[in-house]
Design a protein around this ligand. Structure first.
Ligand SMILES: [Zn+2]
Length: 191
């Protein structure tokens, strides 16, 4: 399968106001200044607690989508805030940090207070090349000591899909992915 070029994919209406990066990608709302690896702390909290889409900054109080590695999805946690479905799906198709397995993003892309010791202990830190989109009605935001994350229960999952290098390869439009499928993805992406 040939990965679609980013120009072949329609930009979601909610993202059209975002400026372009020097590489021609839409610059996500969360970016502080011009370094795409450094999220804005205030926006992080707004997105986690006030229903702001992490990618476009628009209001998103209906269906919230977390983009995570398989391990985090299996644990029902995300270190990053949620997005609109359309914004998350667009990013899953075009964002080089998500579709290139070797792209090192996680550790470099987290807010300053996340570094090393502040990493959620049970969450994976490597970019696995496979990502899970988890659609939930709501989540809770946990800030225990220095570790911040969103957490959800399996019963809150509206839809879940597995993506590999920009392509959707498994999807349950009515709830969580089958446990064995998710467990296989975790095995493939953790050492
Ligand atoms: Zn959005």
């Amino acid at each position: 399968m040939v990965r679609p070029k980013k120009t072949d994919i329609d930009i979601p209406p909610a993202m059209r106001h975002l400026p372009l990066t020097s590489n021609g990608y839409k610059k996500p709302w969360f970016v502080k200044a011009n370094d795409i690896r450094v999220p804005d702390e205030k926006k992080y909290v707004q997105s986690m607690t006030k229903g702001k889409c992490w990618i476009c900054g628009g209001t998103n109080k209906k269906e919230q989508v977390f983009v995570t590695d398989p391990k985090s999805a299996s644990l029902g946690v995300s270190l990053e805030p949620p997005c609109h479905p359309a914004c998350a799906e667009y990013s899953a198709m075009v964002c080089p940090f998500l579709i290139l397995p070797k792209a090192k993003r996680r550790e470099a892309g987290l807010p300053e207070n996340y570094h090393e010791n502040n990493q959620a202990p049970e969450a994976s830190t490597q970019n696995p090349g496979e990502i899970i989109l988890t659609y939930v009605k709501k989540h809770r935001f946990e800030a225990v000591t220095k570790t911040k994350m969103a957490r959800w229960e399996p019963s809150q999952i509206l839809r879940q899909s597995l993506w590999k290098e920009g392509q959707i390869i498994a999807d349950n439009p009515n709830g969580p992915l089958p446990a064995n499928l998710l467990a296989d993805a975790v095995r493939r992406t953790t050492s």
